[in-house]
Design a protein around this ligand. Sequence first.
Ligand code: HEC
Length: 175
Amino acid sequence: MSSFEWNKIIASVLTAMIVAMVAGILSTQIVRPRHLEKDAYTPPGAEAGAAAPTAAAATAPAGPDPIDALMAKADPAKGQQVAKVCLQCHTFDKGGANKIGPNLFDVTEENIASAPGYQFSQALSADKGDKWDVDKLNKWLFNPQNFAKGTKMSFPGLPKAQDRADVVAYLQSLK
Ligand code: HEC
């Protein structure tokens, strides 16, 4: 083979390598992974400023702050606002459908895990004999998994005591 032929072969190999390299560089430039500046979903109470009580709760596994004292001034209308995060899984109106979770109308007067036509987890069914009172709802809404380990309510909980009090007031107003 003449050296001219060799030159052609080497040139084409080099060209192929350069093309591959440039393509690699270009593709990382063109398709730049963009990270969200903020979380797409911030659970209520997880905003900056609410970090302190959450951290405090984490170091004190005893449970949530009691909300009995807050109940006197709890606001059902605010609770309804907070409860918007529940709507993906729950309905609140009378006779509303069971969705991922059961309908919650009149739940504060009902025994735990007794909404008709809904298949509760074994975890929550274990508390069937008890009623949903303020104290139990407080614990449940603070951290469902702590209240009934293995529950299928996959909701991180409401870290702010005031939010829980308002939501409980909202639930109590549904009857
Ligand atoms: C991701 C879905 C989801 C979200 C969000 C959610 N829940 Fe639930 N919830 C469930 C499921 C599922 C159950 C049934 C739990 C079980 O059987 O273990 C449930 C059960 C409950 C119960 C018990 C009902 C009964 O009849 O005993 C209450 C009360 C409740 N949820 C309140 C709330 C409130 C209030 C919110 C919002 C602050 C909320 N949930 C957000 C899925 C959800």
